[in-house]
Design a protein around this ligand. Structure first.
Ligand code: ARG
Length: 472
């Protein structure tokens, strides 16, 4: 590609060290589609002869329909595509790189990849959200203890618990959609760094490739990787959410908790202990989170010292980025599979929710609602809890007379408080009462469907061989 200036070819060790082909081969399709759009634009505005455009488009089409092996002594996927194209169309191939640099080319490829990955991420979130909603729908009355500090705190229900994960994923979906807006900008036309003296029709290329905007500063366009940083930050947050969910599956599937049994096909046995059933998939969902955080931090470090504009360091963006996308996208699918296949031990949840002291807050609320300052009510119930512990009884077993010995304010409704009743009373917006959860389920379903629609609409804008070669 630069034979004119050099007498020697690149040292073999240097090539092995610097090539990005093993990683950016994954951009092959986007690279070819971007090249088709560029070639069409060059012909359309008269920068190259229309016959050459026809030959280029035809050769590029052949590359996509019958791809060459994506390896060999190339510096990157862009040089491989150019070389392969020359073998198919000869002379005309030499015109493709008019008014283009690999710097704006790779930025374009990466943005095309990111757009597709962001849409795919939303689709996978929608799948997991849909699974959570289906399970939650069956468990609006399945009581379990809610925890703080991993100590039983107050009763909630399983639907409410699962909807907490739905909310996390909801924010994740909006983060991906938000990131899409900034990824959706075409850098092609920025050239190596300083734009181009040709009368390029950048808007036409943007239209062919389905970009909403063109970049406004050539120096920034070839060196900006913010869209990858943002995407990685969103992926790291998703990985963190999946890891928390995985941790609960690990914890809850222990004999100690026994709240859930994971489907056998997502667990493994032990090579030495015949009785074991290990939650390896959930553990690795937790474990692989570190790689995603590493990708984010790695890219930030790569970028922090770069002077304007393109620097080869930027090539280091892709390997960790691709890996993070894969880890998180697989993780979303696996979590959906595990959640839908999990068997909930509702009787164990009920027994745990029937904790002898779990009504303590509600007894204090009972007093506070009848005029006792809450701090004082808290203290009174504290004494009752001590008495309950000393006598090995539950709070719901105390008679009205016994309660009144601690405070004359107690009324009959304070006796025999059950977890169901306690949950049912929490009808505040955001609370776990079944009727409240039913409202949230409906709204969650609507919002999940809105993401599904967004993903379908945006997927339709991604370029395909048909769309980039369609007649104007
Ligand atoms: N492999 C390079 C990358 O990923 C492509 C751009 C190379 N540009 C250059 N001037 N060497 O960033």
């Amino acid at each position: 590609m630069w034979g004119g200036r050099f007498e020697k070819s690149l040292d073999e060790r240097a090539l092995r060290y610097t090539t990005s082909l093993p990683v950016d081969r994954r951009l092959f399709e986007w690279d070819v589609l971007g090249s088709i759009a560029h070639a069409r634009m060059l012909g359309r505005v008269g920068i190259i002869p229309v016959e050459d455009t026809a030959a280029l488009v035809d050769g590029l089409r052949q590359l996509l329909t019958a791809p060459p092996p994506l390896d060999g002594p190339f510096e990157d996927i862009h040089s491989l595509v150019e070389t392969e194209l020359a073998q198919r169309v000869g002379q005309a191939a030499g015109r493709l790189h008019t008014a283009r640099s690999r710097n704006d080319q790779v930025a374009t490829d990466a943005r095309l990849f990111a757009r597709a990955a962001l849409i795919d991420g939303v689709v996978r979130i929608v799948e997991l959200q849909t699974t959570l909603l289906a399970v939650a729908d069956r468990h609006t009355r399945t009581i379990l203890p809610g925890y703080t500090h991993l100590q039983r705190a107050q009763p909630v229900n399983l639907a409410h618990h699962l909807l907490a994960y739905w909310e996390m994923l909801e924010r994740d979906a909006t983060r991906l959609r938000d990131c899409y807006v900034r990824a959706d900008v075409l850098p092609l036309g920025a050239g190596a760094l300083a734009g181009s003296p040709y009368p390029l029709d950048r808007a036409y290329v943007a239209r062919l490739l389905g970009f909403s905007e063109v970049s406004r500063n050539s120096l920034d366009a070839v060196s900006d990787r913010d869209f990858l940083v943002e995407h990685l930050a969103a992926l790291a947050t998703i990985a963190m959410h999946l890891s928390r969910c995985a941790e609960e599956l690990v914890l809850w599937s222990t004999a100690e908790f026994g709240y859930v049994a994971l489907d056998e096909s997502f667990t493994t046995g032990s090579s030495i202990m015949p009785q074991k059933r290990n939650p390896d998939v959930a553990e690795l969902l937790r474990g692989k989170t570190g790689r995603v955080y590493g990708a984010l931090l790695g890219l930030l470090v790569t970028l922090k010292g770069l002077p304007m504009s393109y620097n080869r360091d930027l090539q280091e963006d892709k390997a960790p980025y691709f890996e993070a996308v894969d880890v998180v996208h697989d993780g979303l699918a696996l979590t959906a599979a595990m959640v839908s296949g999990a068997e909930w031990r509702t009787e164990r949840l009920a027994v745990a929710a029937d904790d002898p002291l779990i009504a303590a807050t509600d007894l204090a609320d009972h007093l506070a609602q009848r005029g006792v300052p809450f701090r004082h009510a808290h203290e009174i119930v504290g004494h009752i809890v001590r008495a309950a512990e000393a006598s090995g009884r539950g709070l719901s077993e105390f008679s009205l007379d016994e309660l009144r010995a601690f405070s004359p304010v107690f009324q009959p409704s304070a006796v025999g408080l059950k977890a169901e009743q306690i949950v049912d009373a929490r009808r505040v917006v955001g609370g776990p009462a079944p009727r409240r959860v039913a409202i949230e389920l409906r709204s969650a379903r609507e919002r999940t469907e809105a993401h599904r629609t967004w993903a379908a609409e945006h997927a339709a804008r991604l370029p395909t061989l048909d769309s980039v070669t369609a007649a104007d």
